[in-house]
Design a protein around this ligand. Sequence first.
Ligand SMILES: C[S@@+](CC[C@H](N)C(=O)[O-])C[C@H]1O[C@@H](n2cnc3c(N)ncnc32)[C@H](O)[C@@H]1O
Length: 311
Amino acid sequence: MLPTDPTKKISFTRCIKEGDLVIVYERHDCMKAVKVCQNSAFQNRFGAFKHSDWIGKPFGSMVFSNKGGFVYLLAPTPELWTLVLSHRTQILYIADISFVIMYLELVPGCLVLESGTGSGSLTTSLARAVAPTGHVYTFDFHEQRAASAREDFERTGVSSFVTVGVRDIQGQGFPDEFSGLADSIFLDLPQPWLAIPSAKKMLKQDGILCSFSPCIEQVQRSCESLRLNFTDIRTFEILLRTYEIRQWRADCGQGTGGGSAGSIRHKRKQHLIEGSGEKENPNNSTVMARPNGEARGHTGYLTFARLKCLS
Ligand SMILES: C[S@@+](CC[C@H](N)C(=O)[O-])C[C@H]1O[C@@H](n2cnc3c(N)ncnc32)[C@H](O)[C@@H]1O
């Protein structure tokens, strides 16, 4: 996912090769992570797509099936990975993740401590934010979950920026070796207040902690604990509203969704409206925008706090 060239620059400009993970994109709500194997084929309702046709193509390419259908091969960025990963736990989604990255002030070179790892959804974005010179140390007390997360970080290419440890962070706290070294800490634990005293010891002066909790009672208990040693304590609930934009042809009553892959027939229908030749008749087509009815509601509360400097 984060291919690094010898100068440690992150880039997706290289071409797809055997063993790569690609996101096979049909439409925004239909995509799948696939490992490229020379002799395999990807099958969907539009036909069979030979992996051998994919090798050597740049990420973002449109590829065709034996029946003329098409999909796009996208790079497995953390944004897309979050949408396709296998859920072993509840996960953080893009709205919360982007807010966390911003408010934790993450930049390349930061050292981040995290618990629990869960399905690694957030960890993957933390890794990209601190790469190529920083590191994320993430802990989960569930051995199998930690092992699966390690495998996923390997597949997605972030493993050199992430170390997964098995540890009960509520019971034992973070390992002493990180004392005073962490730029930021993220907690997604059922009783985060139990880990806050240890988090305080791990943070650098002026370091920031974030705790994610689905229930407001958890937030209240965490804030009580944070008040002892932290300042600038703030809690947010991030609500995201997505929009559906559709173009309708008044003459045939057809609507076209935005840019989904699919069959050739579907593509032609879209072209009729989207351009190449046909003059838009404002009386014939109209654009409709409406909030998406399936937009995600409450996920949880994000509480941020900055370590007080006592000197
Ligand atoms: C909701 S999941 C975290 C999801 C993660 N933020 C993501 O985006 O994929 C919570 C994780 O915390 C772990 N956990 C719960 N109590 C723990 C503890 N005391 N120490 C370490 N991990 C713990 C669970 O095993 C679970 O995997």
